[in-house]
Ligand binder design. Structure first.
Ligand code: DGY
Length: 434
């Protein structure tokens, strides 16, 4: 509930698959979905990967179209931007004028967690229309390969294994407490005047704070001055972290890309992808924290592990990394559940930084739950996967397909009628634990 006339459904009336499909149709702007009306009026990168899977449950041509629309924003160097500005809107800041990137369609100049190859692979393996899926997967495979090469060249040029993210928006988990210390090194001064629009759509108590936005925009100013050149951005950014979500999602995406390469690529490409998988799988091990019973991000400026428990810390299981740790991770999750009520809170509820209603500082997010549950299921822990699925579906049934949920009350908060939440609801209709 946001106090601005933009209300998630409440009251336990239940959501049906028809409702979820109607959300995708209502958010369709012609070949791509906005995450939700007004708050996010363009196409977002990782949102669209999940949304493609939602469409895939009932309209496979439209699912592939979601991916090809996003790829219209892919840069020549292979980067897939965080936002593609297919059509103008005054509802969002920062818009294309602030990014200042001369291309058609305009895009932002940073990226987001690379779920796309996983989405394409899943659409391909679950296809009902085999001829369509083969043709579409063959068509997108080269773009996905170029994108994964970009991750290595732009964000791990020394081939140490973990890729860097240079902006909290790139992690998708913008105001996570995991970024507090690294973000504090970013100055608050901006050249660009800050004209936030998000707090006109959603209550400010559920969004990042003002100082965080100043630092977010400082980084945009800095990267624009660097001419959006990947090497210069990596060199000048005062914010440089090895995000667990990005690295785990990339490892999973590389495995899915390898499966596509076996059908659509060459032997040399398979060897190239296989080498990246080995390097990243080994490097993820450096992020394990015995004291947290969880993986944690690393600050690449100081090379210190960031000792904050966040939900992304469960995602290496989704990447097939160290399934033997599933029991330890399940015990950690059970501790979090005991305190928060519903899983998976985005921050360890025992941490002082936990805020159950503020965006990525505590709320539950359906897409993260789907990936975490998939990891537990693949590691053989069907009970934990089923618990996560049940909590997620109960939250959506009670509060609607909200952007995120307060784990302590079950309230649906943030934006309403959210495309990726509706998509996860559809994906979980088939009764599988993940
Ligand atoms: C926002 O503007 O809040 C988005 O999370 C950026 O991707």
């Amino acid at each position: 509930m946001d106090g601005h006339g933009h209300r998630p459904r409440h009251g336990g009336s239940g959501v049906t698959p028809d409702d979820a499909r109607a959300i995708l149709r209502a958010n369709d702007r012609g070949g791509y979905c906005v995450p939700t009306a007004r708050l996010y009026p363009f196409q977002w990168n990782w949102d669209s990967a999940f949304v493609a899977l939602g469409w895939g449950s009932f309209d496979e041509p439209r699912a592939w179209q979601e991916i090809t629309s996003l790829l219209k924003g892919q840069w020549d160097d292979g980067m897939i931007p965080q936002i593609v500005f297919h059509a103008p809107s005054d509802d969002y800041f920062p818009g294309p004028d602030v990014w200042g990137i001369a291309r058609t369609p305009p895009t932002s100049g940073i990226t987001q967690p690379p779920v796309l190859a996983t989405a394409a692979h899943r659409l391909w393996t679950h296809a009902r229309d085999r001829a369509l899926a083969d043709a579409q997967a063959a068509a997108v495979y080269p773009s996905l390969l170029r994108n994964h090469r970009w991750w290595q060249a732009a964000r791990d040029p020394e081939r140490r294994g973990l890729v860097a993210t240079l902006h909290p928006w790139e992690t998708g988990m913008d105001n996570s407490p995991a970024w507090d210390a690294a973000l504090a090194r970013v100055p608050t001064e901006t050249v660009t005047p800050i004209r936030r629009r998000d707090t006109a759509h959603v209550d400010a108590s559920m969004r990042p704070r003002g100082a965080e936005y100043q630092r977010f925009i400082h980084l945009v100013d800095l990267f624009r001055d660097a001419g959006w050149d990947a090497a210069r951005m990596l060199a000048v950014s005062p914010f440089r972290v090895a995000d667990i979500a990005t690295n785990a999602i990339l490892l999973r995406a590389e495995r899915d890309l390898l499966a596509l390469a076996a059908r659509f690529g060459t032997a040399a490409e398979q060897a190239e992808i296989g080498a990246r998988i080995d390097r990243l799988d080994a490097a993820l091990e450096r992020l394990w924290r015995d004291d947290l019973g969880l993986y944690a991000a690393m600050d690449l400026t100081t090379h210190a592990v960031i000792p904050i428990g966040i939900s992304a810390g469960f995602l290496p299981l989704f990447a097939g990394h160290a399934p033997a740790r599933a029991a330890t991770l399940a015990a950690t999750l059970a501790r979090w559940a005991g305190r928060a009520g519903r899983v998976v809170p985005s921050t360890d509820p025992a941490f002082p930084a936990f805020e159950p209603r503020r965006y990525w500082r505590g709320p539950v997010w359906a897409v993260v739950n789907w990936m975490i549950a998939g990891g537990f299921a693949a590691a053989g822990d069907a009970a934990t996967a089923a618990r996560i699925r049940a909590d997620t579906l109960a939250l959506i049934d009670a509060a609607g397909a909200s952007e995120y949920f307060d784990p302590t009350t079950g309230d649906g908060i943030g934006g309403a009628d959210f495309s990726w939440t509706a998509s996860i609801y559809l994906l979980w209709q088939d009764g599988t634990p993940a």
